[in-house]
Write a protein that binds this ligand. Structure first.
Ligand SMILES: Nc1ncnc2c1ncn2[C@@H]1O[C@H](COP(=O)(O)OP(=O)(O)OP(=O)(O)O)[C@@H](O)[C@H]1O
Ligand SMILES: Nc1nc2c(ncn2[C@@H]2O[C@H](COP(=O)(O)O)[C@@H](O)[C@H]2O)c(=O)[nH]1
Length: 186
């Protein structure tokens, strides 16, 4: 499982789409009570839930992020694994730490995305079409402050990918995937 984590706007969803397009890794569709952004589709980007329907799922982990609930369900994981033994999931750093702790060491690869200039994130979120109010709320949230640093729980295992230049990021991701999937020689 390729876990893609990092702060808001650092490019986690973009990297996951790349993993899907070029390595045919299905994304685990997670659940959220957040409202869809323009262009996001139910059951593709997320399972968009009400507060009540969210509770009906069988979660492996769940978090609050900037006032909304998010969670990865057993069913969501199974649907991804039905398509391919190599899968990807986008998580905040708290969720990434949970997966790293729960899964055998050789079954999980963590990529922690970051950018050199934190101020670039604002423009990236504007470019994505987020409204200014939601951007400001996100960038002043406690989750933003938390995810701006590689947490100690991930430090020993995570591949840090500085996503300043998209072409360079793709090369780094290619190298990480190839290293992870190459057969081990005893
Ligand atoms: N290297 C890059 N250079 C410039 N823009 C980028 C780069 N990588 C991604 N972006 C753009 O930045 C925006 C945010 O990217 P993305 O949605 O992948 O981030 P994210 O980490 O998934 O964010 P969130 O946690 O808020 O969902 C998108 O508009 C995306 O196209
Ligand atoms: N721990 C989990 N984190 C999740 C899950 N699904 C998404 N996320 C993370 O939440 C934030 C906000 O996402 P956004 O789509 O509103 O920008 C981001 O860090 C995601 O990676 C989940 O199931 N568990």
């Amino acid at each position: 499982m390729f876990v893609v984590t990092g702060n808001t706007g650092t490019g986690k969803t973009s990297v996951t789409k790349y993993l899907n397009d070029f390595f045919e890794m299905p994304k685990v569709i997670t659940h959220t009570t957040r409202k869809p952004r323009e262009g996001e589709m139910d059951q593709v980007d997320y399972y968009f839930e009400s507060a009540d329907s969210f509770k009906q799922n069988h979660f492996l982990e769940q978090v609050d992020y900037n006032g909304n609930q998010y969670g990865s369900s057993k069913e969501g994981l199974e649907r991804a694994f039905e398509k391919n033994p190599l899968i990807t999931i986008v998580l905040d750093t708290k969720g990434a730490a949970t997966y790293l702790e729960a899964l055998p060491e050789d079954e999980v690869v963590v990529m922690y995305l970051t950018v050199s200039k934190e101020r670039d994130l604002y423009q990236r979120l504007v470019k994505r079409g987020d409204d200014v109010q939601s951007i400001n709320s996100r960038l002043s949230s406690e989750e933003f402050v938390r995810d701006a640093q590689l947490p100690a729980a991930l430090a020993a295992k995570a591949h840090v990918v500085v996503n300043d230049d998209w072409e360079e990021t793709k090369r780094k991701v290619d190298a990480i995937v190839k290293q992870a999937i190459q057969p081990k020689v005893d």
